[in-house]
Design a protein around this ligand. Sequence first.
Ligand SMILES: [Zn+2]
Ligand SMILES: [Zn+2]
Length: 214
Amino acid sequence: MIKVYKLTFNPFQENMYILADETNEAIIIDPGCYDAEEEQTLLRIIEQYNINPVRLVNTHFHIDHVLGNQFVAQKFGLAVESHAEGKVALEMVETSASMYGFKGYKPSPEMTVTYEEGDEITFGNSSLRVLFVPGHCPGHIALVSDSDEFVIGGDVLFNGSIGRTDLPGGDYATLEKSIQEKMYKLPDNYTVYSGHGPETTIGKEKKSNPFVRA
Ligand SMILES: [Zn+2]
Ligand SMILES: [Zn+2]
C-alpha cells in the first residue's frame, strides 16, 4: 500500500510528492522546496512519518519542479533520476532560474539514472511503471501505480486543464497525443496527482477536460 504525501511549494505553487509504502522506503518526486522554511517543512514531514527516501525522480526538468533537487540529493545521498531526453531541459534550468528571479536557486545535480517507457521504478515492496508523455517538456514522464490505482502526472494533465506548450521544447500536438494515447488509456478510476492544483481522475478528465477529450 503506497501512501501519497503532497506538499505545495514555491511561488509557482508546485506539488511535490512523497510516495512511501509499508517499509517506509519512499520516492521523492519533483521536490519544489525553495527556501529554508520549505526545506524544513519537507524535513518535518519526513521525520514525523519516519520516511526513508531512497530515490529522487523528476517527472520533468522545469524550474518549479527542481528547486529542491540539490537539497534532497545531498540530504539523503540520492541521484537525480528521469528520462534521458530531459537532459536538454535540465541544462536550461539555471537560465530560467535567473529569468524567473529565483536568485537562491541551488543547481540540481546532473541526472545519472535514466528511464524509458515501460521501465519499473522500485522502492520498498512497491514499483511504479514509467510512461513517456512528452509535449509539455522534453523527456516528461508520468509514474503509474497499478496496485494503488494512481498516476503522478507532472504537468501533462490537470484537473480541468492541460500543461502549457509554449515553453522551449513544448509542442501541442505531441502533448495531445501523450494525453490521448497514454494518460487516457489508464483505467477511469485512477487518481491523477498533478504538478499543480487538486487531484482528479482519468475518467473525469476524459469526460469533461475542456482541452483534450478521449
Ligand atoms: Zn512544467
Ligand atoms: Zn510545473
